[in-house]
Design a protein around this ligand. Sequence first.
Ligand code: TXA
Ligand code: MG
Length: 346
Amino acid sequence: MSMQTKVWKKSDNTEEMKEAIREAAELLHQEQVVAFPTETVYGLGADASNPSAVQRIFEAKGRPSDNPLIVHVADRKQVEQLVDEIPTMARKLMETFWPGPLTLIMKSNGSAAGNVTAGLTTIAIRMPDHPLALALLRASETPLAAPSANRSGRPSPTTAEHVYQDLDGRIAGILDGGPTGVGVESTVLDCTSEIPVILRPGGVTKEDLETILPTVMMDPAMINEQHRPKSPGMKYTHYAPEAPLWLIDGDDEFFENQVEKLKEENFRIGIIASEELLNKLDHNRIISCGSRENLEQVAERLYGALREFKESDVDVILCEAFPETGVGAAVMNRLNKAAVKKVTAY
Ligand code: TXA
Ligand code: MG
């Protein structure tokens, strides 16, 4: 698989961006796949009604075919094309959180291509909150199936450059919209049961959802690894940096001790840490995720940090554990999956 990947550079010139959108939509009509920015991470889009276009997503990413895709829509009408009935709960959530980082699982009416839902009877739908994503959806006049635009198993892309690193030569184009804002993917919420269930924590937090819904459950598979996850994608290795990641769960002194111990054993260490911890460490390979008091900032920087350390430079990456409140739940969900080892003081 090798093709010319066109990059439409980010531009302040609206005419130029309009032309880029027009060209990207044209490629989507020709069954090609195109990467575009959303408010969470970059997505890799294809016409959700066209199985051969959707097949190209799986090929470009190297994604297992039993892992279903999220369908992105520009408006409510496109949701009605994909499901027979919108549950009242889902309707309320759309009014409050759309456009935004919330994906709703509903019963599919079977009109999306079969490989979008990987044969499931349900379908995942969201309306992204990004002007370029919405413009592309309108111009292509079809819902777009779009997973994160990384090679399967790698950290999700939060810049056009990350997409290029992973998919140059494998996709038709990349729309550059600059760095994404939220930094972690959307929350996936199953609305097919009476009590909605969070299958993947993300940009809309459990606390946010509880302002609208009386009860929200966490998928037991996220808490207890004995359960089979209901979201097929949650069972695969994910978000892995090049070097092995160790998640260090303890106070700052505990973290410092881990660093010292590994240094004595001549490990080359990379560190991902908060500003607070970083100020206490004397080490030259450190990437800051921002303040631990500002978990939105940590989420925004997380995937960039995971991509920063190269295999050739470090033997191990030590990463601080963050509080699991608010968007911290999504950050820790990703870090737990990215880590090959957890070192805990408790
Ligand atoms: O923020 C996001 O959600 C990004 C941007 C591009 O929109 N997209 C994204 O897609 O993260 P992806 O494919 O990387 O993750 C989709 C997740 C997977 O865990 C998948 O298994 C789950 O959603 N999913 C999709 N359809 C589902 C369904 N019908 N039932 C349960 N889980 C589903
Ligand atoms: Mg993904």
